[in-house]
Design a protein around this ligand. Structure first.
Ligand code: 5AD
Ligand code: SF4
Length: 465
């Protein structure tokens, strides 16, 4: 099914890297005549970009495929063909099973092979069903078309994958199996992608990697650390803000911590998963750090940048977790104080070492612990937000708000901020006075006096674009 005027609908599950991959997939198939649609029923091609990290995420894919079967036959009544592709980590882990279980699926394509989508679409047009989940020798990024300006400029904030895969092998995690071994993209490739983004109006770049701070890009035989890469990116005209995610505590190098002290463009927000507060569980998780190591690291980071907002990932109910182990997790949260956090019930993932461990924790115990933990995390999140009221913050306006005349953007600490603002401020970084704080967002006003300053700022940013 090639040719022009075809529509593709991409549904993205899971992490930010999938969001990034989805936009690269859209770019990869655009030359074959596929334009993106936000209406599934209009699509000639539907791609599910899936997540395998927890059980529920994978189940969602199968129920979606059930709904797609109905949609496909509805469209067939109007004489329209609908091709269905499953991409992402479920495709990688369960590709053969998907092919066997879901006859509605035409193409299964893993996260390291989606650059082959145009070819796969041509093949599938002749009625073949295709499974492509190899880890190819060549770099998919080399095979993908350069980022399209129109796509890149859809938002002033963009993701950019710099590192993929993971060699850490935490015993609960599928990532080393679905995304493969750790790989860092060469700095020159990343810099040229960032330049394209900046020239398309992007002001904030979030560098992505499953283990992003383990980044070690090869530049003419010399190794660049993540800190070195961030410094080079900060030099690009138009790039005003930099972020990165997700980091492993064991790879939080001194030069990266110092970058938070020295680089104004590096935002004071860090996602640093600790998973469990109990050393016994951390060791069984193969996390390569203790609770005390993590606390020392947090202290070092806050000494470098006092206002650093921290976020984390936590698992409750890992095999063998006792009440005492769980208490240690609560203590860790109380000690660190998080601006935001993600917490999960442990989910047995086939093929991972923890799935076969004894002493699996009963579901009701996991649910109870999760509820208690989430109450505490929410309290901390609200406290963090409330402390922002009365402060002035720089906000990058990303999109129109829900209410007319309102824009929504992000604070340096990644909070959503709503403010009455002129549409011309979209894509601009503006000083906003925060007047109230909710659970998930802040409300602000743009001081008319300040408006004058931000006008100047606007001209400055525009002239750089
Ligand atoms: N069960 C529950 N949570 C998990 N995560 C990864 N694997 C599992 C699992 N099997 C969580 C970790 C990780 C985040 C992305 O997802 O907290 O940091
Ligand atoms: Fe998974 Fe992160 Fe552990 Fe790697 S470091 S195995 S991605 S949880």
């Amino acid at each position: 099914m090639t040719g022009s005027d075809k529509k593709v609908f991409i549904k993205t599950y899971g992490c930010q890297m999938n969001v990034y991959d989805s936009s690269r997939m859209a770019e990869a198939i655009a030359p074959a005549g596929f334009a993106e649609t936000s209406t599934m029923a209009d699509a000639d091609l539907i791609i599910l970009n899936t997540c395998h990290i927890r059980e529920k995420a994978a189940e969602k894919v199968y129920s979606e495929l059930g709904r797609l079967r109905v949609l496909q036959s509805e469209r067939a009544k109007d004489g329209k063909q609908t091709m269905i592709a499953v991409a992402g980590c479920v495709a990688q882990a369960e590709g053969a099973e998907i092919m066997a279980r879901a006859s509605v699926v035409d193409i299964v394509v893993g996260p390291q092979s989606y650059h082959r989508l145009p070819h796969l679409l041509t093949e599938a047009a002749s009625g073949k069903r295709l499974l492509e989940t190899d880890f190819p020798e060549n770099d998919k990024f080399d095979a993908l078309p350069e980022r399209h300006k129109a796509m890149a400029s859809r938002s002033p904030s963009a993701f950019l994958t710099v590192q993929e895969g993971c060699d850490k092998f935490c015993t609960f995690c599928v990532v080393p199996y679905t995304r493969g071994a750790e790989y860092s993209r060469p700095p020159t490739k990343i810099l040229s992608e960032a330049m394209r983004l900046a020239s398309a109006g992007v002001r904030e770049i979030t560098l992505l990697g499953q283990n992003v701070n383990a980044y070690h890009g090869d530049e003419g035989g010399r190794v660049w650390s993540l800190a070195r890469l961030l410094q080079a990116l900060a030099e690009i005209e138009g790039v005003e803000r930099l972020r990165y995610t997700t980091s492993h505590p064991a790879d939080m190098a001194d030069d990266l911590i110092e970058a938070h002290r020295d680089m104004p463009k590096l935002m004071p927000y860090l996602h640093l998963p600790f998973q469990s507060g109990s050393d016994r569980i951390l060791s069984s998780m193969n996390r390569k750090h203790t609770g005390a190591d993590y606390l020392r690291l947090v202290e070092k980071i806050r000494n470098a940048r006092a206002d650093m907002a921290l976020s984390t990932d936590i698992i409750v109910g890992f095999p063998g977790e006792t009440d005492e182990d769980f208490d240690a997790t609560l203590r860790m949260v109380r000690e660190v104080k998080y601006a935001q956090a993600y917490s999960f019930k442990y989910s047995q993932r086939p093929g991972t070492p923890a799935a076969d461990m004894g002493a699996q924790v009963p579901e009701p115990v996991k649910a109870e612990r999760l509820a208690e933990l989430q109450t505490l995390l929410l309290e901390q999140q609200m406290e963090f937000n409330a402390a922002c009221a009365g402060k002035r913050m720089s906000v990058l306006f990303e999109r129109e708000g829900r209410n007319p005349g309102q824009l929504t953007g992000r604070s340096p600490f990644l909070q959503a901020v709503h403010a009455k603002a002129d549409i011309s401020m979209l894509g601009q970084i503006v000083d906003v006075d925060i007047i109230s704080a909710g659970r998930n967002s802040l409300e602000g006003v743009i001081n008319p006096w300040r408006q004058h300053d931000s006008d100047k700022k606007q001209n400055y940013t525009m002239s750089m674009a």
